[in-house]
Design a protein around this ligand. Structure first.
Ligand SMILES: NC(=O)c1ccc[n+]([C@@H]2O[C@H](COP(=O)([O-])OP(=O)(O)OC[C@H]3O[C@@H](n4cnc5c(N)ncnc54)[C@H](OP(=O)(O)O)[C@@H]3O)[C@@H](O)[C@H]2O)c1
Length: 171
């Protein structure tokens, strides 16, 4: 099974955050829905899922037909989602269900767990036309300088000034 990490970045390279004053770009959200629907699933961290649920996009609404896996050690059940205790457990579940591709959808903590554990095959970064101050970062190791080559597969202009970068990760 192929694992794709999907994320929006700010133009200055942060892992983009959103707020009522700085909502996610529609073009980036539409792109997320396209990839999640094509894969039939997505994996999220517990905090991101709770944020999605609060805005009507959790385990129901537009994603009601998808296999949603929430990674959490602290909760046992959430409506419309399957709980996994670790990134690997989330992948094992989707593999058992016969999925060919897993979409890892957010947030920073969970993305960094997948990246540091070497569980990602491809990256989709949508670079939004916004600059942020102090913020979140995606990293393969939070404590040490390391690097890993990635191979550019494709670029796309999604509209609204959002640029998509699609990479393969050498594992
Ligand atoms: N740029 C984007 O594409 C994008 C998209 C959506 C959200 N966001 C931003 O992301 C931020 C939210 O992300 P976040 O980092 O705060 O939270 P998160 O990654 O969504 O959720 C964190 C929680 O997930 C669980 N978790 C994470 N790693 C785990 C592991 N290795 N094993 C078991 N459980 C694990 C833990 O849940 P428990 O505490 O329950 O154990 C942890 O508290 C917000 O600022 C939001 O704006 C950005």
């Amino acid at each position: 099974m192929k694992t794709i990490l999907w994320a929006t970045l700010s133009a200055n390279g942060n892992y983009a955050q959103s707020s009522p004053e700085n909502p996610p770009k529609k073009e980036a959200l539409d792109d997320f829905a396209k990839h999640a629907e094509a894969a039939g699933n997505f994996i999220v961290g517990r905090r991101t899922f709770e944020g999605m649920a609060a805005s009507g996009g959790g385990g129901g609404g537009p994603f009601a037909d998808l296999d949603i896996v929430v990674v959490s050690k602290s909760v046992d059940a959430l409506p419309g989602a399957t709980i996994a205790r670790s990134p690997q457990e989330a992948l094992n579940y989707l593999q058992r269900k016969g999925h060919q591709t897993a979409i890892v959808a957010a947030g920073a903590d969970l993305h960094n767990a997948f990246l540091s554990q070497g569980l990602v095959n491809e990256l989709i970064f949508n670079v939004a036309p916004v600059l942020e101050g102090k913020g979140l970062h995606l990293t393969i190791d939070a404590n040490d300088y390391k690097f890993k080559d990635v191979r550019l597969l494709d670029t796309n202009l999604l509209g609204g000034g959002v640029v998509q970068l699609h990479y393969a990760v050498n594992r």
